[in-house]
Design a protein around this ligand. Structure first.
Ligand SMILES: Cc1cc2nc3c(=O)[nH]c(=O)nc-3n(C[C@H](O)[C@H](O)[C@H](O)COP(=O)(O)O)c2cc1C
Length: 492
């Protein structure tokens, strides 16, 4: 299986980092904004109404009320709370200001693009669109009835989340494919939760014929479809189908860098995880998730009235956390773990592939140590005793934020089980799930007045050894939650 070779080849070790120090070619930094030039551009109304439903309720599976609005306002609201620019940051030495978005991205490089197919949305022309976050507008790439894949979909809105791997590879080399997959997981959850907050449901589809979707959407060569997300529900304002013949505008994709470097491992893992022989392979059922229990029963989760609108737009990655004495409560941790463990709505999500391990440094009522989370019984099993701050930072490539946080996490993926069910494609699904869990951690932390940061950089083998993991399990993502230090460079 190629996923295993890719995963092994992209593990961080002290030697690999020393052997291949990566210097950044600033002149070639990819543009974080894709435009399909020369197509009609439709305005999405500015300042759409903020979803007032509490964020923690959305994370627990509740839906917000149905907004009464036209299609353009609905789409504006959906995208403003899932994919839009939400703040900016200033480089102090030059004064240069760059954009931050609702969805996070490793290195803020944003490999993910949002395309959507609209059908029968009230006062909105049927067609295929690309979201332009730089101006909060929709580029109309085709007008009419566009099918994303054979067999089609009856959903009025189908999103196609794509990755431009070069954006991430420019900085992170071959390991970047992992981060692109995480970013898709974050973007998926950002979309799913925003949809829920405005009263509709989503279903993610990971199992689709890649080449066919790329061709039908006439994607630029550097963009690959990664996940389809169908949105349904009575809150989507519907009208009649409003156009006849399909008219393609397509548009000219902007060039993101003067030059592009090829990364052989990325090409290999992408090819291996594509479904080209789609017709012959259906989606199969994964073996059940291992279950267990621990000696610590988690208390009922803490609550918060902070609204989804506020939490989604204010979410930021903490640069670091205030070390000090301030602890978070066990009920807050319980709320965060409950949000992380709710089932996902996806064709690959029958059985979870990720197990959470945590290192609580400062959680009231929980002794410092390393613990395994058992979500079905809402219990923690202590697997190590003692202060883990130095260990957690050390395992996260020496990043101090993992030690200064109140709690750090290792997400452990059962890559073998995913591959047994889905072949190499399963490698994508495990990382989507990790990114999606990460997004819920971000929003739950923000709702509770805490901050969070996703951590894609860790010493793979050291984590494996430290947690005494069985051979089939692999660390796929790290995370940290605590009290963020103020970042004076950020403006909302
Ligand atoms: C998959 C992923 C991996 C990340 N890895 C790290 C990391 O190793 N260290 C870190 O400080 N931040 C990390 N981040 C945080 C990003 O740097 C941050 O999302 C980005 O700068 C944008 O800022 P924002 O989240 O406030 O929008 C990661 C984020 C994601 C989504």
């Amino acid at each position: 299986m190629t996923w295993r070779e890719y995963h092994e080849a992209t593990k961080h070790t002290v030697e690999s980092l020393r052997r291949a120090p990566h210097s950044l070619d600033w002149a070639n930094m990819p543009n974080p904004f894709r435009h399909y030039e020369g197509v009609p551009v439709l305005d999405l109304p500015a300042d759409p109404p903020a979803p007032e439903v509490p964020a923690l309720e959305v994370l627990r599976g509740a839906s917000g009320p149905t907004p009464a609005c036209e299609g353009a306002t609905f789409l504006s609201q959906l995208l403003f709370y899932s994919a839009a620019i939400s703040a900016s940051k200033c480089v102090s030495s030059t004064g240069y200001r760059y954009a931050l978005r609702v969805n996070p991205s490793s290195g803020n490089l944003h490999p993910t693009e949002f395309h959507f197919r609209a059908r029968c949305v009230r006062e909105w022309p049927d067609g295929l669109y690309h979201y332009r976050p730089s101006t909060h507008m929709a580029e109309q790439r085709a007008l009419g009835d566009v099918e994303i894949k054979s067999g089609g979909s009856s959903a009025p809105l189908v999103f196609v989340l794509t990755s431009i791997t070069w954006r991430e590879a420019w900085k992170y080399g071959d390991r970047a494919y992992r981060y692109c997959l995480h970013d898709i997981g974050h973007a998926w959850q950002a979309l799913d939760l925003a949809a829920r907050a405005i009263g509709c449901d989503s279903l993610a589809i990971g199992h689709f014929p890649d080449d066919e979707v790329a061709q039908r959407c006439r994607l630029s060569d550097d963009e690959a479809p990664m996940l389809l997300v169908e949105l349904r529900g009575t809150s989507i304002p519907l009208g009649k189908s409003n156009v006849g013949e399909t008219v393609w505008y397509g548009g000219q994709a902007n060039q993101l860098s003067a030059e592009k470097t090829a990364y052989a491992w990325i090409d290999r893992i992408h090819a291996a995880t594509r479904l080209s022989n789609f017709a012959r392979r259906g989606i199969s059922v994964a073996a059940p998730t291992p279950t267990g229990c621990g000696e610590i029963k988690l208390p009922p989760p803490a609550g918060s009235r902070r609204t989804f609108g506020e939490v989604a737009r204010l979410r930021r990655s903490a640069l670091d956390f205030r070390g000090g004495m301030q602890s978070m409560s066990l009920t807050q941790l319980s709320a965060i773990l409950a949000a992380a463990s709710r089932p996902f709505s996806a064709d690959f999500a029958g059985t979870p592939f990720i197990q959470l391990y945590l290192y609580p440094h400062r959680v009231e009522g929980l002794k410092p140590g390393a613990y395994r989370h058992w979500p079905e019984s809402a219990e923690l099993e202590q697997i190590k005793d003692g202060d883990q701050r130095v260990v957690a930072a050390g395992l996260s490539l020496g990043q101090e934020l993992a030690g200064n946080a109140c709690v750090a996490f290792s997400m452990i993926g059962d890559l073998d089980r995913a591959a047994a069910a889905h072949g190499d494609r399963g490698y994508r699904y495990v990382h989507f799930e990790a990114g999606a869990i990460g997004h819920r951690l971000y929003l739950a932390a923000e709702a509770l007045g805490l901050g969070a940061t996703g951590i894609g950089a860790f010493y793979d083998e050291e984590v494996h050894r430290y947690l005494k993991l069985p051979p089939q399990e692999q660390v796929v993502y790290h995370f940290a939650i605590g009290y963020p230090v103020t970042d004076v460079r950020v403006r909302g």
